[in-house]
Design a protein around this ligand. Structure first.
Ligand code: 5AD
Ligand code: FES
Length: 350
């Protein structure tokens, strides 16, 4: 193994941070041996805080309507081939009830930026979920909203908000999104969410078109500054009906390496293995947990809408019942020495 890399990994574990040049060195000089060392350190750090527990969140993809047109995304508004759907409040509550019986204690409402769901509608849904399941956490994830909207959902009982920043490099952001969207606004949302009191998650795609190691260094620096409770990362996977149809997918190897780095940077962070990671490699999710991740997010959406929430091609688990995914994931986690638990899975603060 490259001894400089090993020293940097030790330094990252000790200090929780490196200089930009040091992050770049680690990324540029990756090797299987360095990665194994990084993962071993990441597992030790994770074990100290979270033991062998893996938290699970029930994902409810409640709308695939979206007013945005991100170049990478399969549910972008210009994709005329996407068959659009919306779940009713009753359908969402049914998903939660079924999920509760399966042992889920966190529900994640994820969707496109869909103006149909007014702030009042969202607040009403959040209140209904919390009334039915007071012991559960509700996580929201449907993009950029005004501060007062975020405040209204929080007042209704929402606990957490996921908003991937997608890339912390301004030029790169401009290559992934049309001109109406801005990195500055995106970051502002994340700071507002934190200020309101949410547990906040940011994140990015690995191997998105035009991404360089320098972009990834920007991501790491921004994440350290934001100090989020959760970080969602997964490989970019092309979708055939988007402008990025012909682009290469991100790699398992780099995604795992970044999971390891993130665990050492923010030892307490909640780090999911994403469906995209399971899509690019059959053992991606197991390997993700072995690299430092500690959360899985199986799908609770009704089976008849699953195939319509296609952010990228070949997404896994679109034909499997929630119970089947839960059983499958429990087995996968056990196969690598971890266990799924029935718990809200809150951030463990010091
Ligand atoms: N490949 C991988 N991830 C994607 N996302 C959107 N499109 C793709 C794609 N083609 C991710 C984005 C978004 C999250 C919900 O899904 O990072 O924030
Ligand atoms: Fe869905 Fe394995 S997690 S089938």
């Amino acid at each position: 193994m490259n001894n400089d890399s090993k020293l940097l990994i030790d330094k990252l574990e000790a200090d929780g941070a490196l200089s930009p040049a040091e992050y770049l060195f680690l990324l540029e000089n990756r090797s299987p041996e360095t990665a194994q060392y990084l993962f071993e350190r990441a597992r030790t750090v994770r074990q100290r805080i979270y033991g062998d527990e893996v938290y699970t969140r029930g994902l409810i993809e409640f709308t695939n309507y979206c007013k945005n047109d991100c170049y990478y995304c399969g549910i972008r508004k210009s994709n005329r081939e996407a068959e659009r759907y919306r779940l009713t409040k009753e359908q969402i509550l049914e998903c939660c009830a079924a999920g509760y019986d399966l042992g889920f204690r966190t529900f994640v409402l994820q969707g496109g930026e869909d103006p149909f769901y007014s702030d009042e509608k969202i607040a009403d849904i959040v209140r209904a979920i919390k009334a039915a399941h007071p012991d559960c956490a509700v996580t929201l994830s449907f993009g950029e909203k005004d501060r007062k909207s975020y405040e209204a959902y929080f007042a209704a009982g929402a606990d957490r908000y996921l908003l991937r920043h997608e890339t912390a490099d301004c030029d790169h952001y401009g290559k992934l999104h049309p001109g109406e969207m801005s990195l500055q606004r995106r970051k502002q949302c994340l700071w507002e969410l934190k200020d309101i009191g949410y547990e906040v998650g940011c994140g990015f795609m690995v191997g998105s078109p035009y991404q360089t190691n320098e972009c990834l260094v920007e991501d790491l620096l921004f994440i350290k500054e934001l100090n989020p409770h959760m970080i969602g990362i997964g490989p970019f996977i092309p979708h055939g009906s988007t402008p990025f149809a012909g682009q290469a997918a991100g790699s398992l190897e780099l995604t795992l390496f970044l999971l390891g780095i993130l665990r050492l940077m923010l030892p307490r962070v909640l780090l999911p293995v994403t469906t995209a990671l399971g899509t690019i490699h059959p053992a991606g999710r197991e390997q993700g947990v072995l690299a430092g991740a500690n959360v899985v997010m199986p799908n609770l959406s009704p089976l008849n809408v699953r195939k319509k929430y296609m952010l990228y091609d070949n997404k896994i688990c679109t034909g499997d019942e929630a119970a089947e995914c839960r059983r499958c994931l429990a087995g996968r986690m056990e196969s690598v020495g971890y266990r799924l638990v029935v718990a809200r899975g809150d951030y463990k603060a010091v």
